[in-house]
Design a protein around this ligand. Structure first.
Ligand code: SF4
Length: 241
């Protein structure tokens, strides 16, 4: 059956990375294969009985539907809503590639650009849907906050994703260590030194990092990569979803 486990769909402003400020139609998929200690969408890691769909872009007039959602009906709805000035459809989570089979059904039905937000740990699943993706926002998960090492998965993932437009995001926190940070930088440079890297200061207050340390991390990254930017999350500051 062609269905998908959804948390919510809504129209909002992209709050992270180089596409910050663009209007997007977000599809937040349920489920995740990781357990990061700073997770800001922990409600997305499980599979809820119902999901919420915004009726009018940006108006928060949600209706509640049972999960799972039929893929063709969801595509019809997204195509209708995303017409109104949206830069792209952001497929986010959770980890959306946990539902790669459902995405394989959904993505060919969607119109416009597809922007994938992913933890970058499921390369085999990415390979299935990559032809339908335009922009990949890939995290590199550092062991200090993810609790395990994903270096091999990240390398295979980034190698595949680099066939498309891709940028890498690393969340830096008070726990970030020199060894793991440099491992991530070397991983990126081994695929393509020109890939953009975004350093995102953690939003989780208990793990907050001082500005001086962020500047130091950027300098370390710039020793190997020419395109490194520090971009904090803005959607929480703006009070949007
Ligand atoms: S990968 Fe994303 S959704 Fe999953 S636990 Fe980490 S931060 Fe949360």
């Amino acid at each position: 059956m062609n269905t998908l486990q959804l948390i919510e769909s809504f129209s909002s402003i992209q709050g992270e990375g180089p596409y910050i400020g663009y209007r997007q139609l977000f599809l937040r998929l349920a489920g995740c294969n990781a357990a990061c200690i700073f997770c800001d969408t922990s409600e997305s890691r499980g599979i809820p009985a119902t999901c919420m769909l915004e009726q009018t872009p940006g108006q928060r007039d949600f209706t509640v539907l049972p999960n799972p959602v039929p893929v063709d009906a969801l595509a019809h709805r997204v195509n209708h809503l995303s017409k109104a000035g949206h830069h792209s459809v952001s497929i986010t989570g959770g980890e959306p590639l946990c539902q790669s089979e459902a995405l394989l059904q959904l993505l060919p039905l969607l119109q416009g650009r597809i922007y994938l937000e992913t933890n970058g740990t499921l390369p085999e699943e990415l390979a299935k849907v990559l032809p339908y993706i335009d922009i990949v926002s890939m995290d590199i998960k550092l062991p200090s906050t993810s609790g395990r090492e994903y270096w091999q998965e990240h390398h295979r993932f980034l190698t595949l994703a680099s066939q498309k437009e891709v940028f890498v995001k690393i969340v830096v926190s008070s726990l970030t260590g020199e060894g793991e940070f440099l491992e991530a930088i070397h991983l990126i440079s081994s695929v393509d030194v020109m890939l953009p890297l975004i350093l995102q200061p953690v939003t989780h207050a208990a793990l907050a990092i001082e500005t001086e340390r962020i500047v130091k991390w950027q300098e370390r990254a710039l020793d190997y990569l020419p395109n490194v930017r520090v971009i904090p999350q803005t959607h929480k500051y703006l009070g949007v979803l």
